[in-house]
Design a protein around this ligand. Sequence first.
Ligand code: HEC
Ligand code: HEC
Length: 266
Amino acid sequence: MSGAWQWLVMAGWLLLGAGALSQPPHLSRTLAPDQVRSGLAFSGPDVQGLQADGFANPGLLWLVRGESLWAQRGGPQNPSCQDCHGLQAGSMKGVAVQYPKLSSGSSTLINLEDQIRVCRTRRQGASDWGFESAELLAMTLYVSEASKGLTLRLSPDPRLTVHLQAGASLYQRRQGQLNLSCAQCHDQQQGRQLYSDRLSQGQPNGYPVYRLEWQTLGSLERRLRSCYAGIRAEPPPWGDPQMRQLALYLTWRGDGLPLEVPAVRK
Ligand code: HEC
Ligand code: HEC
């Protein structure tokens, strides 16, 4: 290989590395940065009031639960989260806003819940917390609280680009009996009324969220499954990489939105 050729390849790598996530090739923003709005802005005054209420917000109880799980040992011989990560999850500041990301060992795309489950079973050596279990949701919310108000910010890891592009095409794909794409509702119809709902931009910055319709906390994955059900589409199985790729795309699309903890939605 000639010197010049080597240099070109390296420059290409650097360019890809630096620019990959700010604007991956063939991926253009459907929302200008100054148009990005949290779902809270599309919510009614009742929901906004409840989220802002430092006593009545139902997510607060979930934070208390997460805090006590943080300090709890996995068993007589098993460490607590706190034993490894320190008191009050301060070490988790800035962590939640970087997910989904590639797992440290296997380079698979994982969300925050997946990472917590890995720590729970492999590092703590304790029983698994299944998807949507109260423990997993409470802990995810508690870890997220350490990043409250920080803005969504994906890592510029160029290995994410392929997943981001997959997420973008899932977002644009028409599906289900209603033959609708995410974009048709959340880009083209945002702000319009759909039955009893006002369509938001479908932003991920409040998850896990306390949803009044569920009467409980739920993950982004659960919310996405509701959207699949709404258009009569078969959702991928729980934990499927497609859901993480969609979440990755949503996070990139919502770049700059502050993390809301604990968020409330209708
Ligand atoms: C038929 C229209 C429709 C389609 C298509 C649709 N959704 Fe939704 N989505 C809704 C409604 C209604 C809500 C609840 C009100 C709101 O936040 O817009 C919602 C909520 C959401 C939320 C939660 C926003 C928040 O602030 O809590 C996200 C995220 C989301 N959708 C993502 C998606 C994705 C990704 C797809 C494609 C797989 C999709 N939606 C497809 C109607 C739709
Ligand atoms: C025995 C020590 C140990 C225990 C116990 C433990 N962890 Fe971890 N945790 C680690 C190590 C080491 C890493 C970094 C390597 C990795 O990704 O696995 C990590 C990584 C993490 C991360 C990702 C941080 C990042 O920057 O992305 C989160 C979140 C996390 N742990 C949460 C928890 C929670 C919640 C618990 C309790 C259920 C817990 N951990 C228990 C050792 C531990």
